[in-house]
Design a protein around this ligand. Structure first.
Ligand code: S3P
Length: 427
């Protein structure tokens, strides 16, 4: 499924269940591997990124087996992973390589972590720098800025670290190293990023501390095995919500989605654009609020999105680009330079693809301005190897008279393996 053709279509009126949350799935596997006893995971996301975390853990001695309803993970205890016999292949997954780096900084053996061509271009100094400060050998290609990474950890000491950019992956890496360290490790962020790591570690018995805008962990810590019912991924739900907003007459309900406020910024931005989008909380799972998202077609107006809104919508800017192309007026995003360091440079790549459909886009070092509402023209889009770009462009294609072709469509399998079937085959 390298190339897919998406036609503009009839109203989408349906209920959707999206795959398990990617961030929670990585963490469930990893933290279960570090726990004492057997953990159970239900609803683990089946994408390629999460599979990479699973393979790496198995290569370090964690036994993971299917039990019919989900997975059982035999934890090895904090500090109990064994040395892998080969390079740990994190494929396309930034979460795998960064969180594992933090964990492996607490292990005295040698680890080499790498991944695909896209991952090997992404910045890693932000993770390696604090791990070295804590006492690990943590180096990488290109003067310690890129993977492959080499880590030989050991007796770490607690650290107080201020992140230069809001990043849940880096925060998590430092907290996970802190779990293996002597003393307290504190992380301060410029803006709150997703807080799944701190919620989960606390629920598993770690001594997690919060003080104003900083979060800490007292080490060395221990984790108790637990149950992980992984809720749906709001970042996957985003594509269905955007589709409902773009196709006249549509109404979509996405069931059982993680509604952690550090993840739902996109839906709040849509509400500001005038979109009839509702989040209906129904309970909790994995220590996270869970519920349905309901979205209906309606007229949209462009908005400005500034720095403080960026972290809680960080993965949804490709989907926002599709919505902004159709909204009346301009949508401007600033304070989002992090988008340049995702699975693709999501500022340049998104702008290049939107322009192919006739959308006027201006880019800045830290964002973009999209002029919405002009007639869209059929296009041959390119995913740039980026799963979210592939899916966002497919959603935009629904609003293009004559549709569009998406090249590199297979990238969607990184987070949403059934996406094309559901979009093209669904009612
Ligand atoms: C993630 C954090 C975010 C996000 C990524 C998943 C996580 O990355 O973009 O898709 O699971 O912690 P950053 O930490 O680089 O912002």
């Amino acid at each position: 499924m390298e190339t897919v053709t998406v036609q503009s279509r009839a109203p989408i009126r349906r209920e959707v269940v999206v795959p398990g949350d990617k961030s929670l799935s990585h963490r469930a596997l990893l933290f279960a591997g570090l726990a004492e006893g057997t953990s159970r995971i239900r609803g683990l996301q089946g994408g390629l990124d999460v599979a990479a975390t699973r393979r790496c853990l198995e290569a370090m001695g964690v036994a993971i087996r299917s039990d019919g309803e989900g997975l059982q993970v035999e934890g090895r205890g904090v500090g109990g992973l064994t040395e892998a016999a080969d390079v740990l292949d994190c494929a396309n997954s930034g979460t795998s390589i960064r969180l594992l780096s933090g964990v492996l900084a607490g292990h005295p053996h040698l680890s080499v972590l790498s991944g695909d061509e896209y991952l090997r271009r992404r910045p890693m100094a932000r993770v390696l720098d604090p791990l070295r400060e804590m006492g690990a050998l943590a180096v990488g290609r290109a003067e310690d800025t890129r993977a492959p990474l080499v880590i030989r950890g050991g007796s770490l000491r607690g650290l107080t670290w201020t992140l230069p950019v809001a990043s849940a992956q880096v925060k998590s890496a430092v907290l996970l190293a802190g779990l293996h360290a002597r003393g307290t490790t504190w992380v301060e962020e410029p803006a709150p990023s997703r807080d799944h790591t701190e919620r989960m570690l606390q629920a598993m018995g770690a001594d997690v501390l919060r003080e104003g805008s900083r979060v800490g962990v007292r080490g060395p810590g221990r984790l108790k095995a637990t149950e992980f019912p992984v809720p749906g991924d709001p970042s996957s739900a985003a594509f269905w919500v955007a589709a409902a907003l773009l196709v006249p007459g549509s109404r979509v309900r996405v069931r059982g989605v993680c509604l952690n406020p550090t993840r739902t910024g996109f839906f709040r931005i849509l509400q500001r654009m005038g979109a009839p989008v509702l989040m209906q909380e129904t309970g909790t799972a994995c220590g996270e609020p869970v519920g349905d998202i309901v979205a209906e077609y309606g007229p949209l107006v462009g908005v400005s999105v500034a720095r403080d809104e960026v972290p809680s919508a960080i993965d949804e800017f490709p989907a926002l680009g599709a919505v902004a192309a159709v909204a009346r007026g301009e949508t401007e995003v600033t304070g989002a330079e992090e988008l340049r360091h995702k699975e693709s440079d999501r500022i340049d790549a998104l702008a290049a693809e939107l322009r192919k459909a006739g959308v006027a886009v201006e880019t800045f070092s830290d964002g973009m301005r999209i002029a919405g509402g002009a007639p869209l023209q059929p296009a041959r889009f390119q995913s740039h190897g980026d799963h979210r770009l592939a899916m966002a462009l497919a959603v935009l294609a629904l609003a293009i008279p004559g549709g569009a072709v998406i090249e590199g469509a297979a990238a969607a399998a990184v987070s949403y393996p059934g996406f094309w079937q559901e979009l093209l085959g669904g009612g």
